[in-house]
Design a protein around this ligand. Structure first.
Ligand code: HEC
Ligand code: HEC
Length: 522
């Protein structure tokens, strides 16, 4: 039996290699990469525990509040995923839950490490903290009590309230509290800590069908590579390994050794690029991460999109008679962007992964304006030469998002603002969110765009170069959240969150219906 299995495994390995889609090796690598995805922080906990709470950041993330929240309502309260291998801790002896894995905090992807002073453990985060979510085809019967088989490693947690975890120790009148409050569930501004001074929370992108995604030939400092394009604006376009290393810096790796010194040491307190060569010489965690990312990326090639028909009762959510018509409408109205070309429909991820100027798409522009990957900026080492050669120096675009598995990941758009969250990860819950989002996508007149403006719920004390000013409650967050600290200019005064992408609005009712049914099957 074992032999047969290994022959089958070999067959698949050969298949993968022969289609040129697999970067690295065997199932052992994939298993190790999966472990890294769920468990490795590469020292980021020192950043969250010792550096971030102090100046110039002064931000103590409320991991403690979230981790001491009772397990039986922790998902309801924070949208996080309880680690199935833990039980509630005893408050007199444990800081957090009691877990089989001593480094588990009780929540998937949030890791705890003994502090030397014997105080509360240090907390670090892994990739899975944001990217793992409930399996759309095998959801838990109680989202507060998931089992291991209910967890999908890369669907992206559409329910996690990261803003709420970030704001827990801040006062209501602190502008940052109000900014964090304005983030939709399932989003985080990944340029908050290494800041471009633009508030641009992005949805946690699902990662699946990676081998089927289009490849791009780019150069990095003149060296050619053939890679997939990642990031909502196509910024992480230098390959999975470099992209993953960037995220480790993003979540605190080597912060004191070779990251925070680049935040503001340029002329006028501007950023300078992280220097990978210098980092290698001063930060052992970086060497360890470099040695792990190939396996991590081998793992990221393996997840498949969830198929609604495989979910309990899933086929019953599709009007099969409309699917063929929907496919035709799709190829006429959407496939110019949402198709990877001449591949068989079976492997089509429904995206060309090309980038469009944000003005052509018309969705909220703040995410497209990010500057961190430009030449001279903190993440310059992680974007291609071609990114930096864009007429804008890099920013200004949105990448066409793949639509495979889209039935499971509504609300839509880079900011998760088209449609409403219902905090219900059951198949019924996901389909309800999807159908509403599709309706709003194709019927823009039903959107009520002004109501998507995020506003403060309290007067805010805003520090400015001329002293503190008070902004009244109900001020649009976008009026102050993207203020350049040097010039005082608003870097993204774009207030409406659910506008844009009006493609398909001219279709008939019948065509819109068919399109919605067709996409449920992809
Ligand atoms: C704090 C939450 C968070 C953590 C932790 C996190 N990510 Fe992400 N990830 C995101 C968000 C949000 C996006 C979308 C970012 C964007 O483009 O605006 C994203 C996007 C990505 C993408 C791009 C997918 C695509 O199709 O464009 C990859 C790849 C990725 N992350 C890998 C990782 C890796 C590797 C790690 C661990 C080192 C990690 N992420 C940790 C939130 C997170
Ligand atoms: C001109 C290219 C283009 C065309 C045509 C187009 N799209 Fe898109 N689509 C995009 C881009 C770019 C995005 C990302 C926009 C954003 O997130 O702000 C996107 C995003 C989406 C999303 C949200 C994905 C997510 O993960 O949230 C859906 C759903 C979608 N498109 C469906 C369609 C459908 C259906 C059609 C045809 C009626 C269509 N699109 C036509 C470029 C296009």
């Amino acid at each position: 039996m074992k032999k047969i299995l290994s022959i089958i495994a070999m067959y698949f390995a050969v298949l993968l290699v022969s289609t040129g889609t697999c970067t690295a090796g065997d199932t052992q690598d994939v298993a190790e990469g999966r472990d890294v995805w769920f468990k490795s922080t590469f020292g980021g906990e020192r950043f969250f525990s010792f550096i971030l709470p102090n100046p110039p950041f002064g931000l103590r993330i409320a991991f403690d509040q979230m981790l001491t929240w009772p397990r039986d309502s922790r998902f309801d309260e924070y949208g996080v995923i309880n680690d199935p291998d833990c039980t509630p801790g005893d408050a007199s002896t444990d800081y957090y839950d009691r877990c089989d894995d001593p480094e588990s905090s009780g929540v998937i992807g949030i890791r705890k490490f003994t502090s030397q002073s014997g105080e509360a453990p240090l907390i670090g985060i892994t990739c899975a903290a944001c990217h793992a979510g409930f399996d759309p085809v095998n959801p838990p019967s109680d989202p507060n009590q998931p089992k291991a088989e209910n967890i999908h490693p890369t669907v992206g947690n559409q329910y996690v309230q990261i803003g709420k975890i970030f704001q827990g120790h801040l006062a209501l009148h602190d502008p940052r509290y109000q900014v964090f409050s304005s983030w939709a569930p399932g989003t985080v501004d990944t340029t908050l800590l290494q800041s471009d001074h633009i508030n641009n929370p992005g949805m946690i992108t699902p990662i699946w069908a990676v081998p089927d995604r289009p490849f791009f030939e780019v150069t990095i400092n003149g060296e050619p590579v053939r890679v997939h394009r990642n990031g909502q604006g196509g910024e992480d376009d230098a390959g999975c390994e470099l992209g993953a290393l960037r995220v480790y810096f993003n979540i605190g790796m080597c912060a004191s050794e070779c990251m925070i010194n680049h935040l503001a040491n340029g002329p006028d307190g501007s950023q300078t690029p992280i220097d990978l060569e210098q980092c290698r010489s001063v930060c052992p965690d970086f060497l360890q991460a470099e040695a792990s990312v190939e396996k991590l990326c081998a793992f990221l090639e393996t997840p498949h999109p969830p198929q609604l028909v495989k979910a309990p009762g899933g086929a019953g959510f599709v009007d099969w008679e409309a699917v063929d018509k929907g496919r035709q409408v799709f190829s006429r109205a959407c496939a110019s962007c949402h198709s990877d070309g001449d591949r068989s429909i079976k492997h089509n991820v429904l995206s060309n992964d090309l980038i469009q100027p944000f003005s052509d798409v018309g969705t909220n522009s703040c995410r497209a304006r990010t500057t961190n990957w430009m030449a001279g900026h903190i993440w310059a080492a992680f974007s291609s030469d071609q990114y930096k050669e864009r007429p804008t120096g890099g920013p200004g675009f949105y990448r066409t998002m793949p639509l495979v598995g889209i039935w499971a990941t509504a609300p839509f758009f880079h900011n998760n603002r088209l449609g409403h969250h219902n905090n219900d990860p059951s198949v019924t819950g996901r389909i309800a969110t999807y159908e509403e989002a599709m309706y709003l996508l194709l019927n823009p007149e039903a959107r009520d765009e002004p109501s998507s403006i995020q506003r403060t719920d309290e007067a805010v004390q805003l520090p400015t170069p001329d002293g503190v000013i008070t902004l009244p409650a109900r001020t649009p967050v976008a009026e102050f959240a993207s203020t350049d600290p040097n010039s005082g200019a608003n870097l993204c005064p774009d207030t409406i969150e659910n506008k844009g992408h009006y493609f398909g609005s001219e279709l008939t009712e019948e065509e819109k219906y068919a399109l919605t049914e067709f996409l449920k099957t992809r």
